[in-house]
Design a protein around this ligand. Structure first.
Ligand code: SF4
Ligand code: SF4
Length: 294
């Protein structure tokens, strides 16, 4: 229909101006708003005193903002940075585990700026429950971290997950994660949302499984995959796992490029990053934390 066509055109324009989805969009800036402190899972590579390891390097935890403070930061930055095209929520925990704050933040910013592109990143556990609202809020780009499509492999990546008031571990955790992630991704694609998949490559666990993940998400209609290196964090279950060399990561990406487009320029930005991807900018936010990447 015409409506679907024009929706697709808008999505395409937004994607062209999104620095994370288009290498040629480096002149555009994005802001991450740290309004999501809680997480509903415990990844074995994560230490919760840092930002979500799905998107961010181990560093300092972002200072949490309320939705009103996030709007204030957005306005300040937008005034100084007219090339700001994207507002995203990437933690420091999981966006969907803090849905009230996250949806309120997007509503407030949309009222102020009808043009801005919205994105969020999530571990995918709660996607089926929120996919409809994500579409209704006009969030056009979603990143899901999907480290396995096999429940047994997935179960080795989480120490536990918390779902509907219960904790699950091992294969049970993996089964819930994988089915919710895949069902949620399918719902997003049906709503014409552009989906990027982050995959953390973990030695001895999912290293050989990556092409299968990529084939699965290609079939689901995802836009790009971002195959990342695991950077072991002290204090995490996987702290002693040796990272897979970048050379090998590049080989895996090359192999997967025959299946679907690969992302090569993700900076693993902090949950409070501001600016273009080339250069995170330090802006005086009047007493707010300095949103500079370490
Ligand atoms: Fe950490 Fe992110 Fe995993 Fe939550 S989803 S445990 S914040 S890496
Ligand atoms: Fe873009 Fe990657 Fe930074 Fe997210 S973490 S804003 S995808 S470069």
């Amino acid at each position: 229909s015409d409506e679907t066509e024009s929706k697709r055109d808008i999505m395409q324009k937004k994607t062209m101006e999104h620095p994370c989805y288009n290498c040629g969009a480096h002149k555009y800036a994005r802001i991450h708003l740290p309004v999501a402190p809680a997480c509903n899972v415990q990844c074995n590579y994560c230490v919760r005193k840092f930002d979500c390891q799905n998107e961010s390097r181990p560093g300092v935890t972002s200072k949490i903002l309320t939705p009103m403070e996030a709007l204030e930061r957005y306005r300040l930055v937008k005034e100084k940075m007219p090339n700001l095209t994207v507002a995203g929520i990437a933690g420091p925990g999981d966006a969907l585990a803090n849905w009230e704050e996250v949806s309120e933040t997007f509503r407030l910013i949309r009222k102020y700026d009808p043009e801005v592109t919205f994105c969020l990143s999530t571990n995918g556990l709660m996607l089926p429950m929120h996919a409809k609202e994500i579409a209704e809020l006009g969030i056009s780009h979603v990143t899901v971290t999907l480290n396995a499509v096999d429940p047994h492999i997935s179960g080795q990546i989480y120490k536990y997950i918390r779902f509907m008031g219960q904790s699950y571990e091992e294969d049970a955790a993996g089964a819930i994660m994988v089915s919710n992630q895949l069902a949620g991704i399918r719902m997003l694609v049906e709503s014409h949302i552009i989906v990027k998949i982050n995959i953390v490559t973990i030695r001895g666990i999912n290293e050989m499984h990556i092409p299968e993940i990529v084939r699965t998400v290609k079939d689901l209609g995802c836009y790009i995959t971002n195959i990342m290196q695991l950077i072991p964090v002290e204090g995490s279950t996987f702290e002693r796992l040796e990272p897979i060399p970048l050379k090998r990561i590049q080989e895996i990406r090359k192999e997967c490029e025959t299946i679907m487009p690969q992302m090569y320029h993700c900076q693993h930005c902090r949950a409070d990053a501001v600016g273009t991807l080339d250069k995170d900018q330090s802006i005086d936010l009047g007493g707010a934390v300095n949103p500079v990447k370490e």
